[in-house]
Design a protein around this ligand. Structure first.
Ligand SMILES: [Zn+2]
Ligand SMILES: [Zn+2]
Length: 79
């Protein structure tokens, strides 16, 4: 998967994580790691454990902190 933000500027970069909100891949330059206590589990559980997929707690803990830049911006504006 290629980074969506990089693709917008004509670059190509491999993703290292995926945004927990929109699910887009982000490279190391475009991911935002943020503590998101108000979401405890919710988004990651929906994304990772919907459709009968078993989830590991480790995965959720890693995933729930990764946002892409547009989602991070939207989140800040809505605080
Ligand atoms: Zn990027
Ligand atoms: Zn996003």
């Amino acid at each position: 998967m290629k980074c969506y933000e990089c693709a917008k500027t004509g670059k190509e970069a491999d993703t290292v994580a995926a945004c927990i909100i929109c699910g887009r891949g982000v490279c190391k330059d475009h991911l935002v790691r943020e503590e998101t206590p108000i979401w405890e589990g919710e988004y990651s559980i929906k994304l990772r454990c919907g459709m009968g997929v078993e989830c590991k707690l480790d995965d959720i803990n890693r995933w729930k902190k990764v946002l892409c830049i547009p989602c991070h911006k939207a989140l800040k504006e809505n605080y």
